[in-house]
Each structure stands twice: as C-alpha cells, then as structure tokens.
Design a protein around this ligand. Structure first.
Ligand code: TXA
Ligand code: MG
Length: 339
C-alpha cells in the first residue's frame, strides 16, 4: 500500500513491517535494524544472501556516532570519521565503523563492523525521526535499508522501479512511500573507517577528492581490506544487454555502425550519449546527458528501460576523463554493467 504519512510508516517499521522508502541516492527496502524477523524478511524479499551486510540509516550524526549510550550502534569512531559525518551528513555517505552489541550479526553479516548512514531525503528523515518520537526508549532507532531491488538487479531510482521488482513479494502489512525520482541516482559512497586512513569501499554520491579534502588524509583503495562489500561484486549492476563503453562520440557511432553491419537489429541497440548525439535510424536513445549529475540521475532508469525494451546491446559514453565528483561512481557502475 502506498502511503504518505511518515508516522504510519514509522509505526509499520516499529511493528516489524517493511517500508519501501525514498532516499536521495536510491530507494531502500527498510526494516527495523534491531528486529531480527524484519531483517530476515528483507533478505527473503530481496533474495539476498544472508552474509551480505546492510546499511543502518539513523536520524542524525549524533545518533550514528554515539559510542556510550545504551542504544549506541557503534563502539568507536576515529576523528576523521567524525569530520566526514559533520562535513557530509545528512547525505550520500556510509561509514563503516566498529559495531556495538546492538548491531547484530544479521545486519553486519557476522563481521565486527556496522555500516551507518544519515540520509538527506526529507521523507526518509521524517520516518526515522517519527520512530524516535513514537518510541523514545528505543531511540536512536536504526533502519536497515538495502536498495529496494531484487538481488543482482539495478537499484531503483523511482518507486515504480522498486515496486516492479518487489510488489509481488511484499505483504499487506508492508507499505511504500513515493518521494519522486531520486535526486542523486547512484548509491552512497561507502568508507571503511576502521583503520588509520579512510578506505573507499564503494564510490558513490561523494567523491574521493571530497573525502580527502574533508579529512586531510589520503584515501586507501578498496580490495585489500578483507571487508566484504557485495555491492562491489563485478556483475552486480548488470542489465541483460551486452554493454560497450566508449570515450567519445566518434567511437560511439563507429561501434553502433559496426554492430548494425554485423547484422544487429538497430531496434535492439540502446545508446547513452551526450546532448547532440546522432545515431542511425531505429536505434533507441536510452539517455541523453548534459552533465554528470544528469548522468547519475538517469543511468539506472536507462539500464532498466533497456531490459524492458528487449535491448541486447547498449553503447554508453563514459563520463569525462577527469573522474571527479559523481563521475567516479558513474564510471564504476558502467564498468560493472559492462562486465
Ligand atoms: O545509497 C545507499 O547506500 C542505498 C540507500 C538505500 O541508502 N543503500 C544501499 O544498500 O545501497 P545496499 O544494501 O544495496 O548496499 C549496501 C552495501 C553493500 O555492498 C554491503 O556489502 C555494504 O554496503 N556494507 C554494509 N555493511 C557493511 C560493513 N559492515 N562492511 C562493509 N560493507 C558493508
Ligand atoms: Mg544494492
């Protein structure tokens, strides 16, 4: 059922139901983070392997970074993580920190860390805030919310995407909220904050350069940390089509023409290009971007539409060579889609 009262959603969450919830990055499938049954249902509904940890969303940085209160989610926080929290939250950043006893094995994948985020979307914020108001004894409440897609599918950036994947798997007690299209469109940046320097585990809405600027520290590359990040599985964001990546419009056109010369039906070819792109007749323009922000906002919708239209080949232009800002995350998701 689609509802618009955050208190109704908060009550559903407190009672153990699931809520499809908009955030500024992508839609989440939310459940109460300290309710083992709700968490088990999130995994079942998504078809997600149980050892893959989820992100806990809380109302504000104090709620996320408290290490001493009876309801704390984390047990220690380095200074640079506090700097990141005050520089970016609420926003598209997830911090991986040493977990407290409240953060159970079911949300952490049995690891000794927990991932925390303070989302910026007003609906997500008001729902979590309402949980804290309605049940102050449990505050600060945490909402586990993986992206609201079936495991392995592209993340949803509209409520329709989320319900396409999940509506048949939800029950009458579960609810959904419509926040319109997500303004960022790719998931949060995940930063491991358990070592002396930040380590970017997943590029996202906040760039590596911003993290280095805020912390004054050099970031470490992912891969050597031993921390499992299933969103970083190479094929995690793959659509059904083969994806070819090009650096410029000339190669884009050349690739399309070569595919057509090879006998590819133009109507089964989809293109992601920059404003002004010209394509042979019949080819589907999945997304035309003026800048990187447009690209991030439109990418997942374009990949989903390609599947719906039966596109078998996607030719996509990479964001500019200086991968700053959101371009890093776009290039990361494109490379996964092309794997
Ligand atoms: O933008 C986002 O982050 C969205 C919105 C809904 O907040 N959420 C999201 O959740 O992308 P999900 O579950 O699709 O991706 C969470 C990622 C996974 O790759 C998971 O492995 C990683 O976060 N993760 C969660 N807890 C972790 C931990 N303790 N250590 C390392 N990685 C963790
Ligand atoms: Mg996901």
């Amino acid at each position: 059922m689609i509802i618009d009262d955050p208190r109704v959603a908060a009550t559903a969450l407190l009672d153990g139901a699931l809520v499809v919830l908009p955030t500024e990055t992508v839609y989440g499938l939310a459940g109460r983070a300290d309710d083992a049954e709700a968490i088990a249902r999130i995994y079942a509904v998504k078809g997600r392997p149980s050892q893959h940890p989820v992100i806990v969303h809380v109302a504000d940085a104090d709620a996320a970074l408290d290490t001493t209160g009876p309801n704390a989610w984390v047990s220690s926080v380095p200074d640079y993580a506090r700097d990141l929290a005050s520089g970016v939250w609420p926003g598209p950043l997830t911090l991986v920190l040493a977990r407290s006893p409240r953060a159970g094995d079911d949300i952490t994948g049995g690891q000794d860390t927990v991932a925390l985020r303070v989302p910026a979307h007003p609906i997500a914020r008001s729902v979590i805030g309402a949980m804290d108001d309605l049940d102050p004894a449990g505050a600060p409440h945490g909402v586990a919310a993986p992206s609201a897609n079936v495991f392995g599918h592209v993340s949803p950036t509209t409520l329709a995407h989320a319900l396409d994947d999940l509506s048949a798997r939800l029950t009458a007690d579960d609810v959904a909220m419509d926040g319109g299209p997500c303004t960022i469109g790719v998931e949060s940046t995940i930063v491991d904050c358990t070592g002396p320097q930040p380590r970017v585990l997943r590029p996202g809405g906040i760039s590596t350069a911003q993290i280095e600027l805020i912390t004054g520290l050099a970031t470490l590359e992912p891969g050597t940390s031993g921390i499992r990040v299933p969103g970083a599985l190479p094929t995690h964001y793959a659509p059904a089509a083969t994806v070819t990546l090009v650096h410029d419009e000339a190669s884009l056109l050349a690739d399309i023409e070569a595919a057509i010369a090879d006998g590819h039906d133009p109507q089964c070819i989809g293109v992601i290009g920059r404003v002004g792109v010209t394509t042979p007749a019949g080819v589907e323009l999945l997304l035309v971007v003026a800048n990187d922000e447009d690209y991030a906002r439109g990418l997942y919708d374009a990949l989903r539409r390609a599947d719906t239209l039966g596109i078998t080949l996607i030719v996509a232009i990479l964001p500019g060579p200086d991968a700053h800002g959101i371009a890093e995350a776009i290039a990361d998701r494109l490379h996964r889609a092309a794997t």
